[in-house]
Each structure stands twice: as structure tokens, then as C-alpha cells.
Design a binder for this molecule. Structure first.
Ligand code: FFO
Ligand code: GTP
Ligand code: MG
Length: 446
């Protein structure tokens, strides 16, 4: 499936740090380590201090050597790690020397790919590793760590077991006479089927709700012109990102920036003001605001507390009602000025001023995100996983009718397809291209 060359890469980040790790994997890893250290033996899994030499016998560094004897390593092959002094210069010299001794530079994700093909990790775990490295919030890390520890693997295995049970039903029905089968076998199948359907639907729904945990939840700030949307964005970011002015229509395009709130990463979207405009550019801006509402996980709807509520505000209140399934936070801004807004028109609002402390709003955002993330529901972490579950669900639903009609061959056909689809989450077969693309997206040295 891949060549058996010995691969090498710097495993640590490219920059200044106290230690750099160079990782080697493959049949020649140990031999190369002997040559570079002039040693004759390494005890597996025991850190050994040694000088490293180049081909001219000059000392490169003093390093810790760690040998993992196959198959008990991350990749399942012989692995040697050189834990050197930090910085990119030493690490590059070591890599070059290792290459001179016959290793080649690893491709992105190649260590993980080998771990996968040697059955050390399945695909769901490989995906978790890849995403954990890029995760920007503690929440994302915790979610991904669960998948790395096998939560999705177990989920897939449970479903596979149930599907196999159902498939076995068709076998026994063919092999045995009707009267030898348990009376309730059909109900048992139907019960299992209903349970799987609910389980898969819940997982898809929970995963959709928690999509933002990895990439960041989207928070859109909307309102009519001049209510202080850009001022709020700047305040949340803690720097002057957007231009602010008292001229209505200052922001014309949407602005998106990431910031951390509590343990969550959010993407804040500042939008153009929503109003009845004739100006073409402004109209586009308004359409984009509506789009931002559609895409957002949380909508912050801003009103000007120093002005009397007008038809433009009402328009926004209507727009919010159309989106009442979303998390909406209604905010009365400019509360430092004389309050003129008719508060009976909206419920559950927060009063703030972007000139002062906006903590009540931040707390509210945090609490919504906490509620959406702090649960142990099974969560899918990639589009690939979502598609597999959707396809599986589809197959199972297709199998219901044939089961009821006693067409057991058709029933078995759909259940077999469901089995294949759910299995692709952990172990896709005959799909080299997809695997190449996937592992190619991993960071170098992983
Ligand atoms: N120095 C170092 N730290 C690291 C890694 C590494 O490769 N090197 N990892 C790289 O991602 C992660 C740890 N993951 C690892 C996973 C499996 C094995 C391993 O040797 N597995 C063997 C033995 C298992 C055991 O002793 O329980 C095996 O699976 O057979 C090593 C690291 C994070 N930290
Ligand atoms: N007194 C007071 N003025 C504010 C407050 N927030 C914003 N402003 C002022 O209101 C004006 C409009 O602020 P922006 O942040 O540009 O408003 P916007 O909603 O982004 O406006 P558009 O981009 O035109 O849609 C500016 O002059 C701000 O300084 C506030 O809490 N109190
Ligand atoms: Mg603005």
C-alpha cells in the first residue's frame, strides 16, 4: 500500500523552543540511530543520553534517544526519536544527517497514515489527532480527546453489532422452519431498528448543534444603522478592528473576527445596518446581514436605547421572530444616554453601553455556549463522518418496508449497505484516494 522506506520529520513546532524532537519510523530507524550515535544498543522505551555525530564525525548535539521497538510504537514500525536542544538549526542538521544515512523526508500525515495501515489507530482517531493539533479552544480539545480515546469507534462497533444481529435474522429465517424461530423475532428486529434510527438521528442533530466547537461558533451582530454594532465588535475584540462613526451606513461589508469567550472560540460577524435602502451597495450589505443571521449560531440584535423605536427597529423585531428557533440575544445599547426606547416592545433584553463594561452580555454569550457544549453527547467531527452516518440512516430506513413485507433478500441488501457505510467511519475499504487526500491535510511530521 505504501513503500517501506524509513521516514523522518521534525515533530515539534517550527520555531524557537527548548527541545526539538526528530522522529524516524521504518525498518532502518534503529540502524540509522546506531550510526548517528556510535552506540550499539538501545533498550526499547528507555531514554538514553548520547552525543549525535555527523558523517564527518563532528558532534552535532547532545540528545535523548528514545527507541520504540516494532510493533509497540505509534506507527507500529521501529521508531526512534532524537530529543535535541531546541531551535530549527539543530533539528535541520539532524534531519539532513538521517537522510544521508538513507531515510527520506516524511510526507504530511505519513506517520499517522502508517499507524492507520498498521492498525494502530482507526480513521476516526486519525481525524481526531489531526484536528486536536489545530484546535484553538479547550472545549475543542476535550471533545477531540474523547474521539481519540475511542468514543466514535465504540459507537460504530455497537451499531455494527446491532446490524449484524439483524442480518443474522435473514439467515436463520432461510435456514429454519417458521415454527422453530422465536415468536417475537420480528419485534426484536423492529425494536433494534427503531433504536438505531433514534441513535443516529440524535447524533446527527447533536453534531450539527455543536459544529462550532471545532471551527468556532458564529455570533452575528445585527441592527439598524448607527446603533453601535461595530463599536460592540471592537469592544468584544478589545481593539479597534472596525471603523466607527456617527454616520449611518459606515459598515458596508460583513467583518468576521475570532475571539475567545470563556473556554470557547467564537467568530463575531459585524454586519451592515439593516434598513430600507435604495443604494445598491447598501442593499447588498443588508442581504449579507440576513445571510449572517441564517448562518449564525447566536444572533446579537442591537437597538439604540437613546432613540425612540421606529419602523426600522420593528422590521428587525419581525426578522428576529422569523428566526426564533435561533439563540437570540436582544441588547439595548447606548444605555449611558437618556433612555427613550419603548421597552415593552421587546422581552428579555440586556442594557449595555459600549462606552462602559459589557460584561452582562459576555456572560450571556458564555452561558449559551456552555449549555450547548457541556454534555457528553456523541459528536461527529467531520463532514466525512456526518455523510457516513446520513448514508447509514438512509439505508436502514430503506430496509423497513422489505422487512415488513417479508422480502428478506431486499432487507438484507439494505442492511449490508448500512454496515458498509457505518464502517467507513473507522475503516474505509478500497478508498486509497480519499485516504491520500485526508492524510495529506495533516500537518508535517504528524
Ligand atoms: N515523544 C513523543 N510524545 C508523544 C507522541 C510521540 O510520538 N512521541 N505522540 C504521538 O502521537 C503522542 C502519544 N501517542 C502515542 C501513541 C502510541 C505510542 C506507542 O508507543 N504505542 C505502542 C505501545 C502502547 C503502550 O505502551 O501502551 C503500541 O500501541 O503498541 C506512543 C505514543 C503524544 N506524545
Ligand atoms: N453614547 C454612546 N454612543 C455610542 C455607543 N455605542 C456606539 N456609540 C456611537 O454610535 C455611533 C455609531 O457607532 P457604530 O459602532 O459605527 O454603529 P454601527 O451600528 O456599526 O453603524 P453602521 O455601521 O453605520 O451600521 C458612533 O458615533 C459611536 O461612537 C454607546 O454605548 N454610547
Ligand atoms: Mg458598523
Amino acid at each position: 500500500m505504501f513503500d517501506d522506506s524509513t521516514i523522518v520529520a521534525i515533530a515539534t513546532a517550527n520555531g524557537i523552543g527548548s527541545i526539538s524532537i526528530i522522529r524516524l519510523s521504518g525498518a532502518n530507524a534503529l540502524d540509522i540511530a546506531y550510526k548517528i550515535t556510535k552506540k550499539e544498543k538501545f533498550q526499547p522505551r528507555l531514554a538514553t543520553l548520547s552525543a549525535l555525530y555527523d558523517k564527518e564525525n563532528e558532534v552535532i548535539d547532545e540528545a535523548l534517544i528514545l527507541y520504540f521497538k516494532a510493533p509497540f510504537s505509534f506507527t507500529g514500525e521501529d521508531v526512534v526519536e532524537f530529543q535535541c536542544h531546541g531551535g530549527v538549526a539543530i533539528a535541520n542538521i539532524v534531519v539532513n544527517e538521517v537522510i544521508k544515512h538513507g531515510a527520506r523526508l516524511a510526507n504530511p500525515g505519513e506517520f499517522s497514515k502508517r499507524a492507520f495501515f498498521n492498525n494502530k489507530i482507526d480513521l476516526s482517531k486519525a481525524e481526531a489527532i489531526s484536528k486536536i493539533i489545530e484546535a484553538r479552544s479547550e472545549d475543542a480539545v476535550k471533545l477531540l480527546a474523547r474521539q481519540l480515546k475511542g468514543e466514535l469507534t465504540n459507537f460504530v462497533n455497537d451499531i455494527r453489532e446491532d446490524l449484524l444481529f439483524m442480518l443474522a435474522y435473514t439467515e436463520v429465517s432461510i435456514d429454519y422452519a417458521e415454527e422453530d424461530l422465536p415468536d417475537d423475532i420480528y419485534e426484536q428486529i423492529q425494536n433494534k431498528m427503531d433504536k438505531i434510527i433514534v441513535k443516529l438521528e440524535n447524533t446527527l442533530e447533536a453534531s450539527k448543534r455543536r459544529e462550532g466547537m471545532i471551527e468556532g461558533f458564529k455570533v452575528a451582530i445585527v441592527g439598524k444603522p448607527n446603533v453601535g454594532k461595530s463599536s460592540l465588535l471592537n469592544k468584544l475584540l478589545n481593539y479597534d478592528r472596525a471603523i466607527i462613526s456617527d454616520i449611518a451606513g459606515t459598515t458596508r461589508d460583513t467583518i468576521e473576527e475570532s475571539v475567545k469567550i470563556g473556554t470557547h472560540i467564537i467568530k463575531i460577524v459585524d454586519t451592515a445596518g439593516i434598513r430600507n435602502a435604495d443604494d445598491v451597495i447598501e442593499k447588498i450589505g443588508i442581504e449579507k446581514s440576513i445571510e449572517a443571521i441564517n448562518e449564525a449560531d447566536i444572533v446579537i440584535s442591537l437597538f439604540d436605547n437613546s432613540k425612540i423605536c421606529d419602523s426600522e427597529d420593528e422590521k428587525i423585531i419581525n426578522l428576529l421572530e422569523e428566526n426564533s428557533h435561533k439563540e437570540i440575544i436582544k441588547v439595548l445599547n447606548k444605555s449611558d444616554l437618556e433612555n427613550k426606547f419603548d421597552k415593552s416592545l421587546i422581552e428579555d433584553f440586556i442594557e449595555i453601553s459600549t462606552k462602559e463594561d459589557i460584561n452582562p452580555l459576555v456572560k450571556q454569550i458564555e452561558s449559551i455556549l456552555d449549555n450547548n457544549t457541556h454534555s457528553d453527547e456523541m459528536t461527529l467531527i467531520s463532514k466525512r463522518q456526518v455523510y457516513s452516518v446520513e448514508d447509514t440512516l438512509h439505508n436502514i430506513k430503506q430496509s423497513v418496508m422489505p422487512l415488513q413485507g417479508g422480502e428478506l433478500e431486499f432487507f438484507a441488501h439494505y442492511i449490508t449497505e448500512a454496515l458498509e457505510n457505518i464502517s467507513t467511519i473507522t475503516r474505509p475499504y478500497e478508498n486509497d484516494e480519499m485516504l491520500d487526500v485526508m492524510f495529506g491535510e495533516f500537518c508535517l511530521g504528524k
